[in-house]
Unconditional design. Structure first.
Length: 295
């Protein structure tokens, strides 16, 4: 196609037309629709929806359960950054050595990722049983009965118990990302550093870690997203209880929208959740890219 004196190649746009159309229909349109619902009192059942402006957001910011859910999401975020990333990297480094049986251990360690959240919830629900649960039984067996407790009904431990179950599933995903990243680390660079007298730790910090930056960006970004949209584990194991102490934004949104028939209020929660997630991802990726360009 020629416009004026310029020849425009439409072939790339022809290939992008279909995926862009699906993206607009299945991603952009629902986001816009959700924002629209958040400004109404829509109940999700009838066709009547009066425009109420920012009233849902005003009520939301005075809702004690919302602040509890937001605080729990922050806890999920902190622990998903502190635990799966270093543990997944450590496991990837061990399994990348190529020793006999490493492929078997890769399969076994990746197994939690193949399980649905319903199954994971059942497994960890059994582990956390107050009387016959595996965790309390183990603590009693090793003489630490003073640490036993009803993990899922104690407001002080329930959120951290759920995070532990979520972390168990998140670690294999991070491990696979780092295993893939380690395949792209040039062995000649590592060998050159070894010849120059660099210790294992120096080779790891100065050579391997910088080469794993793309994998780290993906791993941290996915962990942030998964922590802020945590829903399945909470819904299966506690429904947000006891007394809403394990509530998270996604579960709170589901209850308000589909159980309490406050679709507009639930949409407002979803908008806040999207804004928080987007902000964290943007800040992290922007910081990482600026730090890389400064090198």
């Amino acid at each position: 196609m020629i416009v004026g004196q310029r020849k425009i190649n439409l072939t790339p746009w022809a290939f992008l037309a279909l995926p862009l159309t699906f993206y607009l229909i299945w991603v952009i349109a629902p986001v816009v629709q959700t924002i629209g619902y958040s400004l109404t009192d829509y109940d999700g059942v009838t066709f009547d929806a009066a425009f109420i402006g920012l009233e849902n957001f005003r009520l939301l910011f005075t809702d004690r359960i919302f602040w509890t859910a937001l605080a729990n999401n922050v806890r999920w975020l902190i622990f998903f950054a502190l635990l799966p990333i270093p543990i997944g990297l450590g496991l990837a480094m061990l399994l990348n050595q190529g020793y006999q049986g490493s492929h078997f251990f890769r399969t076994v360690l990746f197994l939690p990722m193949t399980l649905s959240f319903v199954i994971i919830g059942q497994i960890w629900g059994w582990i956390y049983l107050p009387r016959a649960g595996a965790l309390n039984t183990l603590l009693e067996f090793i003489g630490m009965s003073g640490f036993t407790r009803p993990w899922l009904s104690d407001p002080g431990t329930v959120t951290y118990s759920l995070i532990a179950a979520g972390t168990w599933r998140q670690i294999p995903y991070v491990m696979i990302l780092y295993l893939a990243g380690l395949q792209s680390v040039p062995t000649d660079l590592v060998e050159a550093a070894m010849i120059d007298g660099a210790s294992w730790w120096q080779r790891f910090v100065r050579v391997v870690i910088p080469m794993l930056l793309p994998s780290t960006v993906v791993a941290v970004s996915i962990s942030i997203i998964d922590s802020l949209r945590a829903f399945d584990i909470v819904f299966v194991m506690t429904r947000g209880g006891p007394f809403n102490q394990s509530q998270v934004l996604a579960n709170f949104m589901y209850i308000e929208a589909f159980n309490n028939y406050r679709m507009g209020y639930g949409a407002a929660i979803a908008v806040i959740q999207f804004a928080v997630t987007f902000t964290f991802i943007y800040l992290y990726v922007n910081y990482t890219m600026k730090r890389e360009q400064a090198r």
